[in-house]
Ligand binder design. Sequence first.
Ligand code: SUG
Length: 448
Amino acid sequence: MKSYEVNFDGLVGPTHNYGGLSYGNVASQSNSQQSSNPKEAALQGLAKMKALMEMGFQQGVLAPQERPDVAALRRLGFSGTDAQVIERAAKEAMPLLVASCSASSMWVANAATVSPSADTADGRVHFTAANLNCKYHRSIEHPTTSRVLGAMFADQQHFAHHAALPAVAQFGDEGAANHTRFCREYGEAGVEFFVFGRSAFDTRYPAPQKYPARQTLEASQAVARLHGLRDEGVVYAQQNPNVIDQGVFHNDVIAVGNGEVLFYHEDAFLETEHMLAELQGKLANVGGKFQSICVPRSAVSVDDAVRSYLFNSQLLSRPDGSMLLIVPQECQANERVWAYLQSLTSSGGLIREVKVFDLKQSMQNGGGPACLRLRVALNETELAAVNPGVIMTAPLYGSLTAWVEKHYRDRLSESDLADPQLLLECRTALDELTQILKLGAVYPFQIN
Ligand code: SUG
């Protein structure tokens, strides 16, 4: 049976703004308070989805969330009508209003961890919504994420959904941003690679000194158990705490994998040799031939990797077996990174082509091409069981573009977030979106 890697991209929400909310994420911190352009952000994301679809890749779309999250503000003690809740939060606790307005659910690499059916004990595709517990503005995403994923992958014969892990730092889980899967074919058993930043309970593992390590070993292990993965099909590795301290807040900022290939920076991991040997051995057991491409620090420094988001690229398999790298334009703007990419594609290796995308609106908050997509490996039968409303087609691209043009503002600054009208605009837009994507009622304003 045929199988595919389907990329579901997050549609940028109408409140996309630069709130400076993510300590440890250099771009988020350095662009804090700048005014944003939600319309441009959404159109840039849609252009990437359309381009991948036109290149022949399977492409889907994942809906944004209702913001401001008035229910979250109510839980923090603000009361009255929705407009009063927003006005009071703006007056008394602006940082909480900013957090409740974040469009951060667009980075769907953090929405969930997904294990394909060939890896799981019950032969279904498993999803665990990420608790995103490290940042308040992200920790409020998972209830809606779960409902949206449930509406996209509703068929219980093929899809199993798990609630987010307990909402405490010991089980901090950032989803697929710290998870990669290696395999020969997407429909065959593979090796799931979980990268953690620290251990919550075992003091032998070092931790970063400056910035938080968002993902714990214990969270990764819990996800592997929930998904029914075999020990022989899992490898755990620790991210180098020094690179977390240099702004590598997720593993997908320093490494990306696909098929049998891991593309990574020399400084990405601890005990790299041991990890590579384990990946090689376990992939060999399921008939695969593991290959790694290490980018030396002499060619690209960690700082250049963080600024350019070289590793936050999408590594895609082409029908002839070669690979294509989708990178943000910041890679082209960085002389050393661009020189490295030229030498990589001309070296006769597996990665033959680089395609550049303008994702500046998202990049300014630390979200590159890979952050914007959730990969779901599906066989033909499973793909047919996905809600067809969320699969990208030329007509859907047209409808979504028109929808963005109709509902989105082209400028948003912090003071605009205090405008209760923004909530109404967002709800009107999302109500229409659920009809376009055929999701049913998934938002709090639709179900309460
Ligand atoms: O969690 N930025 C996101 C970026 C997530 C990127 N995802 C991956 N690497 N997979 C984060 O730090 C910034 C929001 C703000 O500051 O307004 C933010 O949440």
